[in-house]
Design a protein around this ligand. Sequence first.
Ligand SMILES: O=C1O[C@H](COP(=O)(O)O)[C@@H](O)[C@H](O)[C@H]1O
Length: 319
Amino acid sequence: MSTATGAAASNSLSPTTSRRSSPSSRILTTPRGSLSCRLLSSSPSQSPLGPVSAMASPGAAGEAASRKKLLIFDAEKDLAASLAEHAAGLSEKFAAERSAFTVVLSGGSLIKALRKLAEPPYLEAVDWSRWHVFWADERVVPKDHADSNYKLAMDEFLSKVPVPANQVYAMNDALSVEGAADDYENCLKQLIKNGVIAVSPVTGFPKFDLMLLGMGPDGHIASLFPGHPIVNENQKLVTYVKDSPKPPPERITFTFPVINSSAHIALMVTGAGKAGAVHKALSANESSSDLLPVEMVEPQDGEMTWFTDKPAMSMLSRI
Ligand SMILES: O=C1O[C@H](COP(=O)(O)O)[C@@H](O)[C@H](O)[C@H]1O
C-alpha cells in the first residue's frame, strides 16, 4: 500500500465563492423521475442546446428533483472546480458528523476531474485524516499495471493528498478475480463492523458518503456493462466480470444495491462520445425495458448530481 504524501490537513474548510455566472434552473422530467437542471455557463451566450424547457412540477416531482441535480458546464475547469467544492463540502460535513468520510473512486476520466482537490484551498483545508478511500471497480491486474484504477488514482490524486495509507483500501491484486471480489466484500463488511462504513436504514446495504462515478460511452458504470447479468446482482456487495467488453477482461465491481445506497452520488459524464447514452438515460420519451447501467443508478437513500458538459448533453433537445 503506498503512503500518501502532501501537506498536512489543518483548519476547517474556508467558504469558497463560486465564480460561475448565475445559472438558469429548470426541472427535467425523465422516465425515471425528475431532476433539477442547471446550466452553469461562464459565458453569457445562450446555450447552443436551446432554452431549457421549463418542466415546473411542484409536489412529488419537485421533491424528487431536489434529490437529483444535473449540472451542465461550459468549461471543464469549472466542472472540476465544482466537483472539488462538492467533495470538500461533503468531506467537512461527514467528518464533523461521524469523524470519517467514506469516498468511493472510479477510474478513467473521473480522476482528472478531481485534480482541484489536490490544490489550494482544498489541499490545506480538507481534513484528509478522515478520508477512507475505496474503488467502485478495479481491474484484476497488478497495482502497478497501467490498467490499474488504483495506480491511476495514486499517480494523479492520492499521492498528492495526505490520506493515511491504511485508509486507502485497494483490491488484493494477488488473488483470482473471484477471490479478489470476495476479499473486497469481506473488507467492506469488516469496516461496517468497525463503524467506518455506515449502513443504509432504507436498503440495509453499505451507505458510502460519496460515490464518485464515471460512465463509459456504452453507458457502463463502474464495471457494470450493458446486458451483463451482474447488473442484476442484488445480494452481493462486490461481484466480478471475466469477459468485460472493455479491456482488461477481468474486473471486480460494486453492485447496484451498494451504488444506489450511497448518501451522495456524483456522476461525471463529459464529451460528445457519451451523448448517446446520456440521451437514452435522460430523454423523456426514451423508456425501454433494456436499461443501460447508467439508467440503473438510482439513489435509494441519498442524492445524485450529474456533472456534465454541453457535448455530452448535445443530443438532448430539451436542455
Ligand atoms: O473501465 C472503466 O470505465 C469507466 C468510465 O471511464 P471513462 O474514462 O469513460 O469516464 C470508469 O468509471 C470505470 O471506473 C473504469 O473501470
